[in-house]
Design a protein around this ligand. Structure first.
Ligand SMILES: Nc1ncnc2c1ncn2[C@@H]1O[C@H](COP(=O)(O)OP(=O)(O)OP(=O)(O)O)[C@@H](O)[C@H]1O
Ligand SMILES: [Mg+2]
Length: 231
C-alpha cells in the first residue's frame, strides 16, 4: 500500500543544504506492523511526514495505495490524510478545552460526519482504546497514557488504512508505554490496520513484525547473519 522509489528530501536554507532522506526505496504492505528506528536527526520524522502525505519528496516517487502522490493536489492530500491516515504524536496534540469525545470527533467534523453518528463513532473509538468510562474528561483530568489513548481513538475514528505514530511512548512511563504499544498491536491484529511506529526504544521496536533502521537519511540493509541474530 506504500511504496517509495528513489525518494530524496533535501532542505535548503540559505546556502546550507541538509539531505534528510537519501535515496529511500521501500515497500509497506497492507496489514504490516513496522517500526522505524534510528538516531536523532537520521530522518525518521521526515520519512513519516512523507508517508503521511504531510510533505512531498524533493525527488523520487511516492505511491500511496498504488497512486503517485505527485499527481494529487494539496486538497486531495488533505482529504487522504483525513480519511485514510491516522496520526499519533509524542505530545498527544489534543485540544485542551475539549473533552475526550469532542477531541476524538474532530476528524469526523472535517469529514462531514455530524450529530448522533459522530457521537456514536467517537464513543466507539474511545471504548476500543479502553476509555469508555472517560468520555467527558478533559485532557488535564487524565493521565499521560490516557491522553495518548484519546489520541489513538482520534486516529482510528475514521477507520483509516494506516496509523502513523511518531515516538508515541516518548512522553510516557514504561508501564503506560507498554499499554499504548499493546493497543497498536491489537488494532493491527484485530482490525488489520497497517501500523508504522517510530521509536528510540529497542524493546518497543521488537514488538513490530519488521523493523526499518535509518541512519543519515538512508535505510540500513542488514546481512542475513545480522538478521538471524536479531542484531
Ligand atoms: N523543516 C526543516 N527544515 C530544515 N531542516 C530540517 C527540517 N526538518 C528536519 N530537518 C533536518 O533533517 C534532518 C532529519 O530530521 P528529522 O526530524 O527527520 O530527524 P529524526 O530522525 O526524526 O530525529 P529525532 O529522533 O530527533 O526526532 C535533521 O538534520 C534536521 O535538522
Ligand atoms: Mg523525529
Amino acid at each position: 500500500m506504500i511504496e517509495m522509489q528513489n525518494v530524496w528530501k533535501i532542505y535548503r536554507m540559505d546556502s546550507v543544504e541538509v539531505i534528510a532522506l537519501n535515496d529511500i526505496n521501500m515497500k509497506i504492505e497492507k496489514g504490516e506492523y513496522i517500526s522505524i528506528i534510528g538516531p536523532s536527526g537520521s530522518g525518521k520524522s521526515t520519512l513519516m511526514n512523507i508517508i503521511g502525505c504531510l510533505d512531498r519528496p524533493s525527488e523520487g516517487e511516492y505511491l500511496f495505495n498504488n497512486k503517485n502522490v505527485s499527481d494529487y493536489s494539496d486538497r486531495d492530500l488533505a482529504r487522504i490524510r483525513n480519511r485514510r491516515i491516522g496520526f499519533v504524536f509524542q505530545m498527544f496534540n489534543l485540544l485542551p478545552r475539549y473533552d475526550a469525545i469532542k477531541n476524538v470527533s474532530v476528524p469526523l467534523l472535517y469529514a462531514g460526519v455530524e450529530g448522533a453518528k459522530m457521537e456514536a463513532m467517537s464513543r466507539n473509538a474511545l471504548v476500543r482504546v479502553g476509555l469508555g468510562d472517560r468520555l467527558y474528561h478533559k485532557p488535564s483530568q487524565l493521565s499521560g497514557g490516557q491522553q495518548q489513548r484519546i489520541a489513538i481513538a482520534r486516529a482510528i475514528v475514521n477507520n483509516p488504512d494506516i496509523i502513523l505514530a511518531d515516538e508515541p511512548t516518548g512522553n510516557l512511563d514504561t508501564k503506560s508505554g507498554k499499554e499504548i504499544i499493546s493497543i497498536f498491536k491489537t488494532l493491527n491484529e484485530q482490525m488489520s490496520v497497517t501500523v508504522v511506529l517510530v521509536t528510540h526504544d529497542p524493546s518497543v521496536a521488537r514488538q513490530a513484525n519488521r523493523t526499518i533502521e535509518i541512519l543519515d537519511g538512508s535505510i540500513v540493509t542488514k546481512s542475513s547473519f545480522e538478521k538471524e541474530r536479531g542484531l
